[in-house]
Ligand binder design. Structure first.
Ligand SMILES: C[S@@+](CC[C@H](N)C(=O)[O-])C[C@H]1O[C@@H](n2cnc3c(N)ncnc32)[C@H](O)[C@@H]1O
Length: 455
């Protein structure tokens, strides 16, 4: 993947090497945000792959520019529908196909004008400059200037006329959530996606002590929640492996396996390893399996940092033949990730209904394979970070109808007494759960989990 900063593109098109140009403060952040927005919207790359790309647009930013670029990118994705609607009011026709990064330049500038505490003239003039440096967008710099100036003038009226929950949520997702959870909850879920959530940590021990050190709070489930003011690596406890980052809902499925000390536990679909760490920390003999070697490297790094161990296996679970069965299995299956839109707003833009259907098929196959790998009487926990019943409740109905499994109902006492998360013995968390006065401190990822026993 090679999202190209607009400024760099015109240099390359002329050929030859040029010395690196020192950009005015704030410009590098906009260049990176534009490249990232283009990579997500035009090339359909996940935002994380752009942020983490060692040669990507964020890689050469200093800490300040990086923070600004991340903030602009976050708003550009989270408020995507409102921004498109606002720009559309001043664009008489759709943008031409061959217009370079024009769409991203307008989008990123509109994100700042509509939603960020950034001087309007800076947002407009940087956008015009960057358009004029983009070989294919430079003919449109007059349009960029005119549209953005009109946007600054019309901002308050536009924002007052918009329904943020509706505009920022793809219709098919809203329809699915309305069917599953009712119109009121579906709307509340959509609103919860407008706020970046706090950081949740799973601590190896002494949550109250770590909450105090990190100026956070202990949740009923035992996770520590805080608003991070510095990089994760710089926070106390990171280097010595006292905790790892894991949404409070994501920390629940591993707990549902009960006492695992000394047991042979397979963590199927294990990377990047949050649940492997939980199981290993509780004394399980963990075999962590994932199809991705790159992602398994991250499991190893995480185990090393925390000072734990597990057997790591790179394999497609559908073909994997370990020659033995397991006392317990955690299957945290690949899914649409619609339960994580608060943390990954690009998920709402990149996923399509067809993805749910193909993932649901894969999940059914993985559950059947997991049942094969389990000892009779052994426990299987199936989980996904999806809000879609096709990847949760419906999988349970299918599994019970076809496989030698019976349901083992989940008790609220196992998950910090959160009765609202237990529905018919299944775990279903929503981004609207665990409300807090300060919205960022509330909410959970949308998770689903079911527990089975092999008959
Ligand atoms: C939801 S993520 C797992 C998250 C992980 N359990 C955690 O807590 O950190 C799903 C994982 O499934 C892996 N995966 C997808 N299809 C697979 C397959 N057929 N066999 C093995 N792993 C697979 C992906 O590489 C991805 O790492």
């Amino acid at each position: 993947m090679s999202p190209r900063p607009a400024a760099a593109k015109s240099d390359r098109s002329k050929g030859g090497k040029r010395p690196p140009v020192k950009l005015a403060p704030g410009v590098a952040a906009r260049v990176a945000a534009i490249a990232a927005v283009h990579a997500v919207f035009a090339e359909h790359h996940p935002a994380d792959s752009v942020l983490d790309d060692p040669h990507g647009p964020f890689s050469s930013l200093d800490q300040r520019e990086r923070a600004l670029a991340r903030a602009i990118l976050g708003i550009s994705l989270r408020r995507h529908g409102q921004i498109v609607d606002a720009l559309g009011r001043f664009l008489e026709k759709s943008l031409p196909r061959k217009s370079g990064h024009l769409a991203a330049i307008l989008h990123v500038a509109a994100a700042q004008i509509l939603f960020m505490d950034v001087a309007d003239h800076a947002a407009v003039s940087i956008a015009v400059d960057l358009a004029s440096q983009d070989h294919d967008a430079r003919h449109f710099k007059g349009l960029v200037n005119a549209v953005l100036r009109r946007l600054t003038e019309g901002r308050d009226a536009i924002l007052a006329s918009q329904d943020e929950a509706v505009l920022n949520t793809p219709d098919w997702l809203a329809a699915g959530w309305t069917k599953a959870y009712g119109a009121e909850t579906a709307r509340a879920i959509a609103i919860s996606h407008l706020e970046e959530p706090a950081l949740d940590l799973t601590v190896r021990s002494e949550p109250a002590l770590w909450a105090e050190r990190l100026e956070g709070a202990v949740l009923p489930t035992g996770s520590v929640r805080l608003v991070a003011h510095r990089s994760i690596e710089a926070m106390p406890g990171f280097a010595e492996g006292a905790w790892w980052v894991q949404d409070a809902a994501a920390a629940l499925p591993a707990r549902l396996l009960g006492a695992v000390e000394g047991k042979n536990v397979a963590d199927l679909c294990a990377a990047p390893g949050g649940k492997t760490l939980q199981l290993a920390a509780r004394g399980a003999k963990v075999t962590a399996v994932d199809i991705s070697i790159d992602r398994l490297h991250r499991v190893r790094q995480n185990l090393d940092r925390i000072g734990l161990d597990a057997e790591l296996v790179a394999a497609d679970i559908l073909d994997w033949q370990p020659g033995r069965t397991f006392d317990a299995i955690l299957l945290d299956a690949p899914c649409s990730s619609t339960g994580t839109i608060r943390r990954h707003p690009d998920v709402a833009l990149l996923k399509r209904p067809a993805d749910i259907a193909s993932l649901a098929k894969l999940q059914s196959e993985l559950i059947a394979r997991a049942a094969d790998l389990l000892e009779p009487g052994g426990v299987l926990v199936y989980s996904t970070c999806s809000l879609e019943p096709a990847e949760g409740e419906i999988q349970v109905q299918r599994a019970l109808a076809k496989l030698p499994l019976r349901l083992s109902p989940i008790n609220p006492a196992e998950i910090g007494g959160l009765t609202e998360l237990c529905r018919s013995g299944l775990l279903r968390s929503l981004p609207t759960d665990l409300p807090a006065v300060e919205p960022r401190m509330g909410g959970l990822d949308g998770f689903f989990a079911a527990r089975f026993v092999k008959t």
